[in-house]
Ligand binder design. Sequence first.
Ligand code: ADP
Ligand code: ZN
Length: 728
Amino acid sequence: MSLFPPRESVVDVLLPVAVGSAYSYRVPEGMEVAPGDIVVVPLGPRMMLGCVWPPAENPKPVDPAKLKPIHRKYDVASLSPAMLAFIRWIADYTVTPPGMVLRLALRHDESAGISRERTGVRLTDQRPQRRTAARERVIEALADGFVRSKTDAAREAGVSPSVVDGLVDDGVLETVVLPPEPAAERPDPDHSAPELLPAQRDAADRLVEAVKARAFRPYLIDGVTGSGKTETYFEAVAETIRQGRQVLILMPEIALTQAFLDRFARRFGVKPAEWHSAVGTKRRGRVFKGVSSGEVSVVAGARSALFLPFRDLGLVIVDEEHDSAYKQEDGVHYHARDMAVVRARLEEAPVVLVSATPSIETEVNARRGRYSRLHLPERFAGTKVPRLEPIDLRKEGPPRGQWIAPRLAAEMERTIEAGGQALLFLNRRGYAPLTLCRACGHRIRCPSCSSWLVEHRFRRRLECHQCGYATPVPNECPNCHEPNSLIPCGPGVERLHEEVAKLMPNARLQVLSSDLAGGVERLRAELKAIEDGAVDVIVGTQLVAKGHNFPGLALVGVIDADVGLGHGDPRAAERTFQLLHQVAGRAGRHEKEGRAFLQTYMPEHPVMQALVAGDRDAFYDREIGVREEAHLPPFARFCALIVSGTDAHAAQAHARALAACSPLSNEVRVLGPAEAPLALVRGRHRYRLLARSDRGFDLSNYVRAWMAGAPRATGNLRVEIDIDPQSF
Ligand code: ADP
Ligand code: ZN
């Protein structure tokens, strides 16, 4: 016989904090809650949003009288059983407390805390006892009998909100709850569907069939840029909307994809709901609710959209699935592409990965038949993807201090004279990546990171791209104090811009990088200007490589094709191939054939060879072979442990202590500690341990057991667990 009343009056609530398990709370009389409900509960002196968690298998008996009660139920949204399973799965896989994963899901209005209901005021029959001119104006403004928010009422009457409050207190006005603003209009699946080409039709039919089957099935849409991958998956989106289910479209750089939203609107009549960091808090709150109620049927968002509480998710799309922006590198370390596949599985929905240059992981999955490949071999417009022509910098490079080879310069002039646009691609922000003292050889470093300071001439300062530290460009060497001895080394986009301006004084130039003052709005405006042909030469970083559609772009010049190679990063070849292929693909998307040039010191490098030959399979065959032979992902699994602290010795010692207590296993090798690839960031010294296992091994479980038996990190030491790290 139990000592306590039935368990129904006690529930576990998971809170968005870094503890291992849920807390118990008492359910007040008259309240009904179920797992997945979001509730407001007290924790210490604070009120917090949490999620009612499924009961533990063997709950400990507790006396409800000793528990704090749930404060209230947050009626706005709840999490589905699939979502709860997803939170658990990610927590397990990434070796993170589930509360930290829940925090990703509840982040929508963390700042607002608990969102309030929208209320308004309207006139009652009561007349005011005290009459003032201000009060009369409010009454007059509301005489039409319509409801207004308090702020609107005050603004219309030209009085302060306290006047409105006073009238509410006197009963002259009454407060009413307003219906929620609609989160999104419903997209129309048949608004304007294009006639598909046969290859597109075949691919679309298979996706539509998968949507109808309401089962987990992974696909890869593999097609060159401009082959209609988007049009094709739009058919699956349309079918999902017809079925009354929801769609999540993940994109790597959503803040910049205005063009995508417009295009979606042309196809479906309305834009999808957007979800990313640039969306305001209020709007986020509305989308969060709408997604939970099912009112929002399509969300296009950055990786964080993966954690939205969809009521009935029926399709997941991961556009540009190879993009490294999908990897979250702080807090909970996760790869949004991989987690999208997991979420789709838990929701029993198809998932579609989309790319012209799939990641090695995805390519291997497609080759092994784990993902069905839908191939779109040709561009819709009939043009060819431009071949990349190498310019061997050893033989035909520019004079010292310049960066554009004479052949490229000549081609640019020809292109512009013919009315086309040229894009120079250089993945280096600022003016010069390094500042050096001519007298003593000193190189200027960030005081708190292991990175060089980058000169930004437009802003007249040196900046750290790691931590944001900035300082005016000094007049003398900080080391030997020789005046005017500092020289910029190497090119950044600002310096390249200077060179183009000298070469082509009449050309209209635009530099595009994330340094562009004016933020996303300005960037969108500049992209539009380029699209409209108001720019002749674009000088840009990888910002311009992604997804934009520049109809007039006829020539692409890659200034330094070798930038990303040879840092000992095992993904360097893959990244370089993808990026350069993508940049070249910006050219000639419409009627005109495009051309692309690669300036390189290593024309014989396999990546350059594959790009120049236009032989994608050659690249994948080779790279997959290298990975397999060297026992690297996806043929092995890695987990990185990064130990950091302000004291280098303490951090290193802790890393060694962790290594020493790693559980013995025939399946796992622990490598390190060694300095992490970024050895110093924001004043924190970083050491890295790598655990490696075979593919099929449960490395998360191993790391969990390891950490359970490991010494605690004390002081400001921190241990981050990065499963499936990007570098290994
Ligand atoms: P991808 O996503 O593969 O780069 P898109 O879907 O963006 O290709 O298509 C490239 C261009 O061709 C777009 O302007 C698109 O509207 C157009 N397009 C592709 N397929 C069709 C089609 N079947 N009918 C009309 N236009 C199409
Ligand atoms: Zn720094």
